[in-house]
Design a protein around this ligand. Structure first.
Ligand code: FES
Ligand code: FES
Length: 132
């Protein structure tokens, strides 16, 4: 039911934890399942130099957040804002249909953190218009 990649990121999640004095923090929750995901960003010169996450949720949510952090680490803001839940699912080699919403949570958490950064710094990040 779960791919090797999902199991790997569930058992050994990358970038778990918090960042003190993070430049952007995003927290999202899924009302249906009650799971919560929090993403912390460190941003220097529009580059995501560090990213960490805390997820209280199912294995797919943990694997999705782990993969999402890996996909945006070292990337520019403009690249990170384009991260889709589909990219996360693809990188994980697929998720069961009923678990796709867990990857949506990861996309939303990244966007929420970027949105928080934009609010703090007064910057405009293209691609977050729908997020306001
Ligand atoms: Fe129980 Fe997501 S519904 S962990
Ligand atoms: Fe809700 Fe996975 S079951 S995030």
């Amino acid at each position: 039911m779960y791919t090797e990649e999902v199991m790997d990121h569930f058992r050994n999640p990358r970038n778990v934890g918090e960042i003190e004095n993070a430049d952007g923090i995003g927290e999202v929750g899924n009302a249906q399942c009650g799971d919560i995901m929090k993403i912390y960003l460190k941003i220097d010169d529009d580059i995501i130099t560090d990213v960490k996450f805390l997820t209280f949720g199912c294995g797919s949510a943990i694997a999705s957040s782990s993969m999402a952090t890996e996909l945006i680490k070292g990337k520019s803001i403009d690249e990170a804002v384009e991260l889709t839940n589909k990219a996360v699912v693809d990188a994980l080699g697929g998720l069961p249909k009923v678990k796709v919403h867990c990857s949506v949570l990861a996309e939303q958490a990244v966007k929420a953190a970027l949105h928080n950064y934009a609010e703090k710094t007064g910057k405009t990040i293209k691609g977050l218009e729908d997020f306001d």
